[in-house]
Write a protein that binds this ligand. Sequence first.
Ligand code: GDP
Length: 333
Amino acid sequence: MAATALSAHKIPVSDYVAGIANGDRALLARAITLVESSNPEHGRIAQQVLQALLPKTGNAVRLGITGVPGVGKSTTIDQLGMNLIADGHLVAVLAIDPTSKRSGGSILGDKTRMSSLAQERNAFIRPSPSSGTLGGVTRRTRETMALVEAAGFDVVIVETVGVGQSEVAVSDMVDFFLVLLLAGGGDDLQGIKKGIIEIADMIAINKADGDNIKRAERAAGDYKNALQIFTPHGATWFPPVLTVSGQDNRGLKELWAKVLEHRKTMTDTGAFDARRQAQAVSWMRDMLEDRLMGALKANPDVGSELPKIEASVRNGTLLPTLAVDKVMAMMGL
Ligand code: GDP
């Protein structure tokens, strides 16, 4: 669908570049469609656009937000985004959700879930690319982030759902990783079990409103204690634990202040640049892996043999190591 729409009316690379640099939303959206397209020609144009816009990227505050479905991500992002826009920011919301293909549609970054931001001209919401491996989705989101930054968005929020590797992927592309949790009976240390604490720059206990405030504060206390155990001695940043209510706009000012405080602390110590540099390298490596796998699957020999090889591995007649040797040999490696 996107392929025909895009090729029906070809736009020169220079028009994309000038338009996006001027904040043209329509061209921005089209360029993101190019980034998401699986058509190699679209990919080539997208790379040229990205390369030309590179000097204009990297200036946004990149904030990752995770949490299980129902924790209040969209409500919080909607409210936080509106607060930031009121302060003069331009806010982009992207999503990483490698499960969206299976569920038949993205549950993240959905405009209907962020009804105030969706109507705001200073906001740009883009749902998760709807197909592909985590690696592919991650690459597209990183490139989309570069495009929205070039278009002048100075806050980029990347939303992900609290499952599997997508959280690690998001933490690897943002400056600050926020984990939203709920105060829940008995399992208040749920996040710690999942190992998420190690990548969290802050924990916010959401839905701290009405008669839930006390429980949220107790949960925050538990997490604070637990974090003391997990945070290495002498760390540059000690992840704070806040209580917030996205619904009542409570604690979100403090939350943003922490994001900025973290940025200053990390910048002053040089850790900010180091993190961005390491992320650029990991971006390159992810892309390399993605391309190598793409080349592998596109190879006609491998393409026809791979299902047979996998069947042999599955029924135990071929060792996985030998199977890999076979595939590598077909690739001439
Ligand atoms: P998401 O799945 O993480 O994006 O969660 P949503 O933002 O869609 O919220 C899930 C449900 O929790 C909705 O019914 C919201 O109205 C409710 N909710 C979200 N934030 C809050 C909050 O701060 N306080 C209360 N009491 N309810 C909230």
